[in-house]
Design a protein around this ligand. Structure first.
Ligand SMILES: [Zn+2]
Ligand SMILES: [Zn+2]
Length: 619
């Protein structure tokens, strides 16, 4: 049992949050030691939510743009919009030896903040157009982010080992599917969320090991089911009633779910029906002492979401596999003793980093691959003892880094992730906007605080969790990239504190023969002509035009599915709505009144059961 040893007030949102004895043990473990002296990372100043929001504001995984490679001038796809005053290189150029990130190295100065210096480096070292392995381990998968080992994949992010799939997120070992989220080892799926080991299913949620089913929630080991919930090891069921194969097939013909209007009516009715059924407090499989949601094979994984095979981890926000002894991580695979980092794949002791892969003892760095002992570095490979991309000897490194840390302690930077204002993306381009939506510009409560006089100490604190008021630095069409390094944000004397970057760039509309309103589309896929590939459809919600690609049309035809009426971005938001918010509440089971921790807020209207009561209901 963890013991609360301090209750702190978040410096951003002012809520109180607890620090436990185990937390302190962890912060000590990840603190670096130089010359027998430990440089402690103190407990966080922001609450877990604000820390997640800050990290998420650095991750743009779904907004892609056409732009030029700043090295070759070739047309490329990138998650950096073309108006940003940054150098962006095509993936193959960025990986090549035609340039060297060490050429951008900086000396360390102690009369300015460390983040200012890092920001200068970050704004000068070329960015990679997209993080994927297209052309290396993947084929025809250019429009994918944080992606590897794929073939014919389009608009898929945070996934690997995927084939012939589109418009989805958080998958592994997956093929021939569209519009899914959080899927593992499955295929031929459409509009599914949180599904493992399943095949040929549509509109499926929170289920495992099923096939040939449509509209179902929480099923296991089922086949040929329609409009069912809570079934185990059943086949040929409609409305949870088992039928003969012939009756099942005959009734399915009558429902004619392949007609768009019918499909919509069935979907609405299904979710209304499900709404009134008791809900499980948390989806966990083979977990011990773990809290939050969607956890598989986890031990002591608390306040975490979407984790596979984790042990002794806390504050994970989504999708990680095999993490050990780590806190505050956003996404991905095998790592140990990592803290406040994004995608620390195969990393050991990676703290305050973004995409540092197969590296150890890395602090305040991004895109360092197979590196050891680096501090404040960007895009280095197979190297050690570098600071701000400059090579030092081991002795020099171990003498200089403690001085930097001591300097960072005086500027209140040590122990904090980079402030959101240093993100190269507009807040509205990032996943932070999905989970912590803000309206432009500057609607954030912090704005109110901007007029408050701040002492130097408070100002230092403020800087850690502040966000930039200035819009993302935009490059005018005819303006060359300046060689002057832009410092993303520097505290200002007039207290006009930065809040959030905000992007106003919009991609030009698609060049098409015509744009047709969604409600003019034929109801059945059989009536859709090939010509649709030359049109755009106007989204029924956002009115934003979107195109259907050939591979997608083939999928809808193969599965007899009607053409979607909503833009992929809207469909993504709709799917996200099916998942509970990433908030953990204390409430009681609505049957036995035992205390539970759940994502269902106590004032929500749903009936929520603990595991024991839920299982009694289901089985
Ligand atoms: Zn907070
Ligand atoms: Zn109960």
């Amino acid at each position: 049992m963890e013991k609360v040893i301090e209750t702190k007030t978040c410096k951003h949102c002012s809520i109180s949050f607890d620090i436990t004895d185990k937390d302190m043990e962890f912060y000590e473990k990840v603190s670096p030691t130089f010359w027998w002296k430990k440089y402690s990372i103190s407990s966080p100043t922001l609450c877990p939510d604000c820390r997640q929001q800050r990290r998420a504001s650095f991750r743009n995984e779904r907004k892609f743009y056409s732009r030029k490679c700043d090295y070759s001038g070739k047309d490329i796809i990138s998650n950096f919009s073309p108006d940003k005053n940054l150098k962006v290189y095509a993936h193959d150029v960025w990986l090549s030896d035609t340039w060297n990130a060490m050429d951008y190295s900086l000396d360390v100065y102690f009369d300015v903040s460390f983040f200012s210096q890092y920001s200068q480096l970050s704004n000068s070292v070329p960015k990679v157009s997209m993080i994927n392995d297209n052309g290396i381990n993947s084929i025809n998968s250019e429009y994918c982010y944080n992606f590897s080992y794929g073939k014919n994949v389009y608009m898929v992010t945070t996934a690997w080992h995927v084939e012939d799939s589109m418009y989805s997120q958080y998958w592994a070992y997956y093929k021939d599917s569209i519009d899914c989220i959080s899927i593992w080892n499955s295929g031929h799926l459409y509009e599914c969320t949180n599904v493992l080991e399943s095949y040929n299913c549509q509109f499926l949620q929170n289920s495992t090991d099923c096939s040939d089913c449509v509209f179902w929630i929480d099923l296991k080991w089922c086949k040929h089911c329609f409009w069912c919930v809570w079934l185990r090891n059943k086949k040929y069921c409609i409305f949870n009633k088992e039928l003969t194969k012939d009756t099942f097939l005959k009734e399915m013909q009558q429902y004619n779910i392949w007609n768009y209007k019918n499909l919509l009516a069935i979907k609405d009715k299904f979710f209304l029906f499900y709404f009134h059924l008791p809900k499980l407090y948390s989806f966990q499989t083979n977990c011990i002492h773990s809290t939050w949601n969607y956890l598989n094979n986890c031990k002591n994984v608390t306040e975490s979401f979407d984790i596979f095979n984790g042990e002794n981890c806390k504050y994970y926000w989504w999708w990680s596999d095999e993490p050990i002894n780590s806190y505050d991580i956003l996404i991905w695979w095998k790592h140990e003793l990592c803290y406040e980092s994004i995608v620390p794949d195969l990393a050991y002791k990676s703290c305050f980093t973004d995409y540092c892969f197969n590296s150890s003892d890395i602090f305040y760095s991004e895109h360092c691959y197979s590196c050891q002992s680096c501090f404040g570095c960007i895009w280095l490979r197979n190297t050690s003892y570098c600071i701000l991309n400059k090579q030092y000897t081991k002795e020099e490194y171990e003498t200089l880094v403690p001085k930097i840390i001591e300097h960072m302690m005086t500027t209140w930077e040590w122990g904090e992730f980079f402030p959101s204002s240093m993100s190269p993306f507009g807040y509205n381009e990032t996943v932070a906007q999905e989970y912590y939506p803000l309206t432009p510009p500057l609607s954030h409560s912090l704005k109110k605080d901007l007029t408050l006089p701040l002492s130097c100490k408070e100002r230092g604190q403020e800087w850690m969790f502040q966000f930039s008021l200035s819009p993302v630095i935009a490059r005018k069409d005819d303006e060359a990239i300046s060689e002057d390094h832009h410092v993303a944000d520097t505290p200002r004397d007039d207290h006009t504190w930065p809040v959030f970057n905000w992007s106003t760039y919009e991609s030009p509309p698609p060049k098409v023969d015509k744009i047709i309103p969604a409600d003019k589309l034929p109801q059945n896929i059989e009536d859709i002509p090939d010509d649709i590939l030359n049109w755009a459809i106007e989204c029924e919600v956002t009115k934003k035009p979107f195109r259907i690609i050939k591979q997608e049309l083939e999928f809808y035809r193969k599965h007899k599915l009607p053409i979607p009426r909503r833009h992929p971005d809207q469909r993504h938001l709709d799917r996200m709505q099916l998942r509970n918010p990433r908030k953990l509440y204390e409430r009681t089971c609505d049957k036995c009144h035992k205390p539970i921790q759940t994502t269902y807020a106590p004032d929500r209207p749903e009936i929520v059961y603990c595991q024991t009561c839920y299982e009694k209901e289901v089985y």
